[in-house]
Design a binder for this molecule. Sequence first.
Ligand SMILES: [Zn+2]
Ligand SMILES: [Zn+2]
Length: 299
Amino acid sequence: MLRTSRAIAACFVHSVFSSSLTRSAPYKLSVRSRLLRMVLSGRSSPCFIKPITFQAENINPAMLISYRDCCNVSKGKKLDFECTKLPLKDFCTFIETEPKSEVVAFFRELATELESKLKILDFHMRVVNCEEGFKVEVFYGSEKLGPPVLPPSNCISCYPNAPLFPGQEPIVEARECVLEEFSSQPHAVCRLDAKGRCGFIITPTRHVDRMSELDDEELFGLWSLAVRVLREANLPFTTMILNHGTYRNVEHLHLKVWVEKNLYEQYRAQWSNERQELWRQLQDLALKRPRTKRHSKKH
Ligand SMILES: [Zn+2]
Ligand SMILES: [Zn+2]
């Protein structure tokens, strides 16, 4: 039975790939599994892409088909992941109404597909709602410098007294940005954006580099806190961003939840004077921050 489904899967992949290979850019490929539908698209045509041959010991029963991207690294590659579970739900509803195990399984499948199968470790991951349901867009393949290497004690998500803008006055400590009203659960913390942008930063309590390193409780805790914050603040999100590897600007995994400016300003109007003042300081410090040269590496 497995052989049959794999044969069908391989044939599907084969036909998709052969048609895409004869056509020039932009290309679009589609792969489906139990919880995920994955679409690969880009501006240039892939060199060659072929289905992975399943290793007996590695068969994940949830995954019907997969593939390997054998292209040389080029700019502007993008993968789209969509949740295949019906009915389709917007992202917040998905997190709130699916069983925890399904939410965890969705993100595990996504991480396994990206990191273990496609070997993509450096990427910009973006959650957006679409007409029906939501999708996770993954951008990769551009060379980035990655986060600056800092001593562990400088981690602003681990050390409450770490300065957010080292060397600049006034000193604002990391703890000052914590939104205590949203940070009572054990696995994740919610903060103001350190640069005073319109949104929230959600970090796992434990210092990890990648979403795949989180345990189930932490993984669910991260996404569910983002949704809880939005619901309690009565705000919709525009995008949620989770950068990995060289696409990060800070080592400690952090989920950026962005909100439309006008709506965020209405929300900010409800803050205490103290928090408003902190917000103004952050924006000011970010503006006056000495510019560092963090352009792309050239070979
Ligand atoms: Zn075929
Ligand atoms: Zn940390």
